[in-house]
Design a protein around this ligand. Structure first.
Ligand code: GDP
Ligand code: MG
Length: 724
């Protein structure tokens, strides 16, 4: 046994600290967040402990094992099909009653279970005492106290889990959930008939599931029992009909009630709450933050402040990054011989990647703020506040969490919709999430808002994000009353207690994100910039080249003549002048060359589409290239506006202004970027999660149409009322 792998699964309610404990055990950095529904897929990690190789599996958070939502099905199927050696039930000790519902269901399933009473610190501050020995005895499970975020009790937990995994002991339940007489009779009757073909699960449990009319178990039974299946299902149905008649209620409702009864019995025996309970801090904070009148303004203030900070504080480190890329460009300029390679390196690579890289600080700060919201517990309040507004769309606050995650990146946001129970809710949420402007679009806004709106840039960006939120709600409302008729599923938004965010966890979020960003810079953005540069420089027009060389030569000749009989000071003046004239010439030449290139030709073909919204062919091409990744919009602009020697945000901004872009056109472009089709990775996620190509194309089509219409309204409307 010593060399075999033990599989240990972590199960528990959302937000009970599973991922925190998973990370504490495996030393990995999965995302933790203080709101329900962060982990939608199971995650695995390997670790060696006491000489055993352990495979730790972080299951999605669930409240029960009734197959009600995708995550509950994922979690239960894992336990049923992979039969892990031990399941650790992570229990939020400060919320024992609710957590025990899942934990007792795990016991009923008859798998080897260890209880981890997590969040003991919270329980203590609330004056909650739990008699672990008693709990352990009542349910016949090992019980360990843990504080996940401090790493306390993790060793004991693993030791207990390994011990249980190795024990030969048949898990017998001293005390199990006893149902009322009628139900017990039905269970017994079904257990009798079930033994013959038999599912590989505890027969009592299987019988209970059949009484509860569990679709998945019925399917599996059909698969195993073959031609005996109809009779078995019929027997179960008979029992159900009888019970339904007897209780005038669905049997699954009766069993749920009785499980809760069982749990409150346990609670009475193991839990004591001291009367000297401290004031519940969370509740006090919530009186303000979720106040009927103050809540919303405060929420919008936080979001506004987030973008202000992102924009203003982020500007400081930018200078440093610009300097680094400036040095790189200078170095490459000296080292490389004149020619195509030099142009590619300077204009394509350093310039292209550099224009994006300067925004790393902004993105880090944005993610820091989002992580702060998540970890402190405020995110759940935001969802709670938005609940009413979301109901206008026929969705509930829970849908707002994936949408908020969309501020970071749409891909995980779309994955997070799996926490929604109803399929139509899910598709609807997926369709409106891309309007939540992702962080990759931030560089575009910073260039445009920073270049054209000066001190008001932060507020303009906030306005753009707000427009996104409003439009997602409006379109959601329209879809709800056309494509997805019907009411939303009832749902209670829960508010986890506020917690002091851990600096380490915040840093981990930020670092993970920056790693991703850096990786994208070295990958898709680098390649994208090179491709764009290539397409913008070929085919090379021979005539143009010849004319350019000729002009250069004649200018050089001119200056040589003028310098011939000048004194030293005059000479250096002339040298500077020559440099300026030559670089102007080069810029004009590059622009002319780009306009005749493949990309230029494509851009000119597309001109009629973009002209009405105030965007020139270069902007149009940049937008098109943004389909690959939104950051590329900026790097393409950098390449096409031939911002050669200094890859700085300011340089691109002045190039845009010099090319005649107006603040109104910049606004129109920002609106278009906000709304138009999602990037490649998001489109793929939409296809995957909706399971349909149709929804994918629908999403691309309607976002792009809305983007164009809105940009048109902004640009032409602005011109009508005389803004420019
Ligand atoms: P999951 O949804 O079950 O995976 O929960 P997470 O691991 O994402 O944790 C939710 C939140 O609870 C995070 O903010 C953690 O930092 C926090 N947390 C986890 N364990 C403890 C604990 O023992 N005590 C306290 N005070 N907070 C904890
Ligand atoms: Mg988790």
């Amino acid at each position: 046994m010593a060399d075999s792998t033990l599989t240990i699964a972590l199960a528990g309610n959302p937000n009970s600290g599973k991922t925190t404990i998973f990370n504490a055990i495996t030393g990995t950095r999965q995302k933790v967040g203080n709101w329900p529904g962060v982990t939608v897929e199971k995650k695995e990690g390997l670790v060696v402990k006491n000489g055993y190789q352990l495979k730790i599996v972080d299951l999605p958070g669930t409240y029960s094992l009734t197959p009600f939502s995708i995550e509950e099905i994922v979690a239960r199927n894992y336990i049923l099909d992979e039969s892990p050696h031990v399941v650790i039930a992570i229990i939020d000790a400060s919320n024992l009653e609710r957590s025990l519902y899942l934990a007792t269901q795990l016991r009923e399933l008859d798998c080897k279970t260890v209880f981890a009473l997590n969040m003991m610190d919270q329980a203590q501050t609330r004056g909650i005492k739990i008699n672990a020995a008693k709990l352990s005895e009542l349910l016949d499970v090992p019980v360990v106290f843990t504080v996940g975020n401090k790493g306390k009790g993790i060793d004991e937990l693993l030791t207990a889990a390994i011990e249980l995994a190795l024990s030969e002991r048949q898990v017998t339940q001293k005390r199990k959930v006893r149902y009322n007489l009628e139900i017990e009779k039905a269970i017994a009757a079904l257990e009798q008939v079930l033994t013959d073909p038999g599912l590989p699960y505890d027969p009592r449990w299987t019988a209970i599931k059949l009484i509860e009319d569990d679709g998945i178990i019925k399917e599996r039974l059909t698969a195993v029992a073959g031609d005996k299946a109809p009779a078995l299902l019929e027997a179960a149905q008979q029992q159900r009909i009888y019970l339904m008649d007897r209780f005038s209620d669905e049997p699954e409702i009766v069993t749920t009630d009785e499980r809760y009864g069982f749990i409150s019995g346990i609670i009475k025996e193991v839990l004591t709450t001291s009367t000297l309970q401290r004031v519940d801090i969370s509740r006090t904070i919530d009186m303000v933050l979720t106040n009927r009148f103050l809540g919303m303004p405060i929420f919008f203030f936080f979001i506004w402040a987030m973008f202000q900070v992102t924009f203003t504080v982020g500007a400081y480190p930018q200078a440093g990054i610009e300097a680094v890329f400036g040095l790189l460009a200078q170095g490459a300029g000296y080292l490389l011989p004149e020619g195509m390679i030099k142009d590619l390196v300077l204009e394509g690579i350093i310039n292209g990647v550099g224009t994006v890289a300067v925004f790393l600080p902004n993105i880090l700060i944005l993610f820091f703020c989002i992580a702060l919201f998540e970890d402190s517990g405020y995110m759940a309040r935001a969802a709670f506040l938005m609940d009413k507004i979301m109901h206008l769309v026929g969705l509930h606050g829970k849908s707002f969490i994936p949408m908020l995650m969309g501020f970071g990146c749409n891909v995980p946001a779309i994955m997070a919709t799996r926490t929604l129970e109803s399929k139509t809710d899910r598709i609807l949420t997926i369709l409106i999430t891309p309007f939540m402007s992702c962080s990759a679009k931030l560089p575009v806004y910073i260039v445009l808002a920073g270049g054209f709106f000066g001190a008001r840039a932060g507020s303009v960006i906030f306005g753009i994000y707000l427009t996104g939120i409003v439009l997602s709600i409006v379109t959601g409302r329209i879809f709800r009353s056309t494509l997805f008729r019907g009411a939303d599923a009832p749902f209670v938004m829960e508010l986890p207690p506020y917690r002091m965010p851990m600096l380490k966890s915040l840093m981990i979020h930020m670092w993970d994100r920056s790693k991703l960003f850096l990786k994208r810079m070295g990958g898709v953005i680098l390649i994208g910039s090179m491709v764009v540069w290539g397409l913008a420089n070929f085919p090379r027009s021979g005539d143009l080249q010849a004319a350019y060389s000729q002009k250069t030569a004649s200018i050089q000749e001119q200056f040589t003549d003028r310098m011939a009989d000048a004194d030293a000071t005059r000479k250096s003046e002339l040298a500077l002048e020559q440099q300026a004239v030559l670089s102007d010439l080069e810029r004009d030449h590059n622009a002319e060359q780009a306009s005749r290139s493949l990309l230029g030709r494509l851009g000119h073909v597309l001109e009629p589409v973009f002209q009405p919204i105030g965007i020139d062919w270069r902007g149009g091409i940049a937008l098109l290239s943004g389909f690959v990744a939104k950051e590329i919009v900026v790097s393409t602009l950098g390449v096409l506006y031939a911002v050669t020697d200094d890859p700085q945000a300011n340089a691109l901004q002045s190039a845009l202004r010099a090319a005649g872009m107006t603040p109104l056109a910049a606004l129109s472009m920002m609106v278009f970027v906000l709304l138009y089709m999602p990037c490649l990775a998001t489109v793929a996620a939409i296809r995957r999660e909706t399971g349909s190509v149709k929804w994918m194309f629908f999403s691309i089509g309607y976002t792009t149409s809305i983007a164009w219409l809105m940009a048109f309204a902004v640009y032409q409307g602005g011109r009508l009322i005389g803004v420019s």
